[in-house]
Design a protein around this ligand. Structure first.
Ligand SMILES: Cc1cc2nc3c(=O)[nH]c(=O)nc-3n(C[C@H](O)[C@H](O)[C@H](O)COP(=O)(O)OP(=O)(O)OC[C@H]3O[C@@H](n4cnc5c(N)ncnc54)[C@H](O)[C@@H]3O)c2cc1C
Ligand code: FES
Length: 265
């Protein structure tokens, strides 16, 4: 369900480089902290671009909202140059968010900067697990995929939340050499799927296609995918963000960004 959308002019608390071209920024918003759901995104106005840019809520601590982003083009480059106390015009929270299933196995799959919304999801999953009496039989795992070790981020944060972490890099510079989907295949084979398992993924579309091939044999597996589509208005008006689903075209900004895998593949 879409949270109540508002426009804000926030003062940045911090903008810091995490690695090479990956940055973390934060600002205070009690409204966003109260209503945001994992998978929601914020639409940012940047002077260097006409259209706003969508970025996920990475984590929330007290009333501090964090965004983790990779510099790709003009918009994200301008964002990385912002400093403490600069102002930022944002609309949000937008989008539907992940559907959290309480007290069941969770496998999170982050492809590159696709890890960004998964930390907020992890925070909420841990909160929900607290109420689960059979916690000892269940586990939370994050599978991190990247081109090389420089793109692997957030290991410590997931570890602090009690997640098991597995890493795959395409060049083998960290973790297993190969793709994050190789890790997913192995992980699913290791599970007793009598226990309900949920896969939550964010990353490039090629990764989603590979996930769709892997999960085909597990009929009861619930898999949710968060799409990083190009956007215009972000509010369901312009249709710039549509993707083809089995039920026809849907808007990623309004019907998504999270879709059940079964809706798409
Ligand atoms: C719902 C949603 C949540 C997102 N969350 C995050 C996030 O938390 N962190 C983050 O770093 N990024 C996130 N993205 C992607 C982010 O919106 C783009 O990287 C950003 O808009 C690029 O803007 P730019 O002006 O820097 O690049 P542009 O100048 O617009 O583009 C530069 C190049 O970047 C690539 N690119 C741009 N946008 C995308 C995109 N949406 N998908 C794939 N490639 C793209 C293209 O190859 C393009 O040529 C998210 C996207 C969506 C739709
Ligand atoms: S971005 Fe305009 S309808 Fe989705």
């Amino acid at each position: 369900m879409q949270a109540k959308v508002k426009q804000f002019n926030v003062k940045l608390r911090e903008v810091k480089k995490v690695k090479d071209d990956i940055f973390l920024l934060s600002f205070q918003s009690s409204h966003i902290a109260r209503v945001a759901q994992p998978g929601n995104f914020l639409h940012l106005k940047l002077q260097s671009t006409i259209l706003r840019r969508p970025l996920s809520i990475h984590k929330i601590e007290n009333n501090l909202i964090y965004i983790l982003f990779k510099v790709r083009g003009r918009g994200t480059k301008a964002l990385a140059q912002k400093r403490k106390n600069d102002r930022l015009d944002i609309i949000g929270p937008l989008g539907n968010g992940f559907k959290i299933k309480k007290g069941e196995n969770s496998i999170l799959v982050g492809g590159g900067i696709g890890v960004a919304p998964l930390l907020f999801l992890a925070q909420k999953l841990v909160e929900c697990s607290t109420f689960n009496v059979q916690r000892s039989t269940l586990e939370n795992i994050i599978l991190l995929g990247a081109k090389d070790r420089k793109e692997v981020v957030c290991e410590k944060e997931f570890k602090n939340l009690g997640f098991r972490i597995k890493v795959a890099t395409e060049d083998g510079s960290k973790g297993q050499k190969g793709f994050v989907t190789d890790l997913l295949k192995k992980q699913l084979m290791a599970y007793d799927l009598e226990l309900r398992t949920h896969v939550y993924a964010c990353g490039p579309k090629g990764m989603f296609y590979q996930i769709s091939k892997i999960v085909k044999q597990y009929k009861d597996l619930d898999t949710q995918l968060s799409f990083e589509q190009f956007m215009g208005c972000g509010l369901g008006v312009c249709c710039a963000c549509v993707i083809l689903t089995k039920a026809g075209y849907k808007k990623v900004c309004q019907d998504g960004p999270v879709f059940s895998l079964k809706e798409i593949y």
